[in-house]
Design a protein around this ligand. Structure first.
Ligand code: ZN
Length: 144
């Protein structure tokens, strides 16, 4: 079984968690860099929605997406702060990278077939063991 012991979770506003899990969004934009010890994340889709054209489009779509749930597991390939103080993206982090942000590059994204409901939190946080167990169980057959 996949062992996710000690893997922290990160709550993303909607629809970003969904886009990470299912639509190839491979950069998480944050105002801070992850600790060096963090190389894998549980991606949690929060309760709330971000604003902006993409977010609004998803919120208004007819297809509901999972919220307030763990939706994916991803590895952190690298983190980049080259554009953190810039008005334009000046690194090679791709289409999802935003200026004024640190870029957490996500690889090996595994969407969880049935998102596991739980409340989110700020910063990096530890889900309750039963939640982690449900994620592990679903990813048991998936090679990490
Ligand atoms: Zn970057």
């Amino acid at each position: 079984m996949t062992d996710l012991t000690g893997v922290p979770a990160l709550t993303l506003k909607n629809p970003w968690g969904h886009l990470v899990a299912h639509h190839g969004k491979n950069i998480e934009n944050r105002g801070w860099m992850p600790p060096e010890s963090v190389w894998r994340l549980l991606i949690h889709a929060g309760k709330g929605w971000d604003r902006g054209p993409i977010a609004d489009e998803w919120r208004d779509s007819l297809t509901p997406i999972a919220t307030s749930a763990i939706v994916a597991v991803a590895d952190v390939a690298y983190a980049c702060n080259t554009s953190q103080w810039a008005d334009e993206v000046c690194c090679g982090c791709g289409e999802w990278a935003q200026p004024g942000q640190c870029h957490w590059a996500l690889i090996n994204v595994r969407a969880i077939p049935v998102p596991v409901p739980c409340d989110g939190a700020l910063r990096l946080w530890r889900p309750a063991p039963p939640v982690v167990a449900q994620v592990e169980e679903q990813l048991g057959a998936v090679a990490l």
